[in-house]
Design a protein around this ligand. Structure first.
Ligand SMILES: [Cu+2]
Length: 207
């Protein structure tokens, strides 16, 4: 009996908090998958602090920023290495983090700390066609949609949650769409969203 009680106590201790997964599918109204959207979930019971450890990078390579959309937690340091044989001058006017990295060349890098949640539009003062976005998040549950417009967040706390989907060109207030969802105690919740995108701003090329 004592052994059984110990076994049950052990099992209870090993049982994780109820958690479910969320699978999001994002398409335009004409059925095209939307890639590079940021899918964020904030559980109603509060969200664990995102991990700001780790290395985050927005490179300048092939006269473009790589990646086009980068997700980082609040407090993250992001490196901006230049791999091009020309000088770049990286800047942002966004309220979440205005910054300026004056002209620097190949194999040099600079660092910026992003200490406030929000959207940071990044550009190059020399090359107008270079454009990228950093989404600074205050939830640990954030991921980008892939080429098929799909994103999966695993191990979300069960219960009501706010789902936010953001894309730099999404038509809508703040370029995002928000809905309340329910995360199941086990298994997968599926959300299919339809959004429309604006045409990307005119590219100015050639470089
Ligand atoms: Cu440049």
């Amino acid at each position: 009996m004592r052994i059984l009680a110990a076994l049950i106590a052990g099992l209870l201790a090993a049982t994780p908090a109820l958690a479910g997964d969320l699978a999001v599918s994002l398409k335009t109204s004409s059925g095209k998958p939307v890639t590079d959207a940021v899918v964020m979930v904030t559980p109603q019971g509060g969200s664990p602090a995102p991990r700001s450890a780790g290395s985050y990078r927005m490179a300048q390579q092939g006269m473009q920023f790589q990646p086009f959309v980068l997700i980082v937690p609040v407090g993250a340091d992001v490196a901006f290495p230049n791999f091009d044989p020309v000088l770049h001058h990286v800047y942002s006017f966004s309220a979440a983090k205005p910054f300026e990295l004056k002209l620097y060349g190949r194999d040099q890098s600079r660092r910026v700390r992003f200490d406030k949640a929000g959207v940071v539009a990044v550009g190059c003062n020399i090359h107008d066609a270079m454009s990228a976005f950093i989404r600074v998040v205050d939830t640990a549950h954030a991921v980008k949609t892939d080429a098929a417009g799909a994103a999966v967040l695993a191990g979300l706390p069960a219960g009501p949650a706010i789902l936010t989907v953001w894309h730099p060109y999404l038509k809508g207030a703040r370029n995002e769409t928000v809905r309340t969802i329910a995360i199941p105690a086990a298994g997968v919740a599926r959300q299919a969203l339809v959004v429309d995108l604006r045409a990307p701003p005119m590219r100015h090329g050639p470089y």
